[in-house]
Design a binder for this molecule. Structure first.
Ligand code: DAT
Ligand code: MG
Length: 151
């Protein structure tokens, strides 16, 4: 429903390249509701948990070094189908395969510097939101534009 939530994170390369506002702008202007936002330099243990599905893969160590190399901007967005649509807005994992118009397709070149993370399923979204945010860091505010975004 319209209360679906997803975890979106601007990675250290996105922060360094000044793309925090661009990521926020795209989700905000689409009509999604921002319900949590923070900058954090993620500790190793948090990243091990976040990327546990990739442990043992050849890109795992470089991935954790990259995401742990500086502050990230973590956010939670809410709205109808926001998990699936959010992934479409990000583009394919490999920016070379991302369509122009997507964040990775407009700003990225290689998989190991792909700007932004987005949850890929309902279970991942719930797990990631709970991992990165305490319940009191997520705001249940009323989006007064909602009646102009949904029918
Ligand atoms: P996504 O971030 O699109 O969900 P994923 O969960 O498969 O992709 O992988 C997590 C991150 O790991 C991805 O954003 C970049 C890195 N990664 C994935 N596959 C990779 C590969 N083959 N080479 C290098 N980095 C890779
Ligand atoms: Mg993933």
């Amino acid at each position: 429903g319209a209360s679906e939530r997803t975890f979106i994170m601007v990675k250290p390369d996105g922060v360094q390249r000044g793309l925090v506002g661009e990521v926020l702008r795209r989700f905000e202007q689409r009509g999604y509701k921002l319900v949590a936002l923070k900058m954090i330099h993620p500790p190793r243990a948090l990243l091990e948990s976040h990327y546990e599905e990739h442990k043992g893969k050849k890109f795992y160590d470089p991935l954790l070094a990259y995401i742990g190399s500086g502050p990230v901007v973590a956010m939670v967005w809410e709205g109808l189908n926001v998990i699936t649509v959010g992934r479409k807005m990000l583009g394919a994992t490999d920016p070379a395969k991302s369509d122009p118009g997507t964040l990775r397709g407009d700003y990225g070149i290689v998989t190991g510097r792909n700007i932004v993370h987005g949850s890929d399923s309902e279970s991942a979204a719930k797990r990631e939101i709970d991992l990165w945010f305490r319940p009191d860091e997520v705001s249940n505010w009323v989006h007064t534009a909602e009646r102009w975004i949904y029918e």
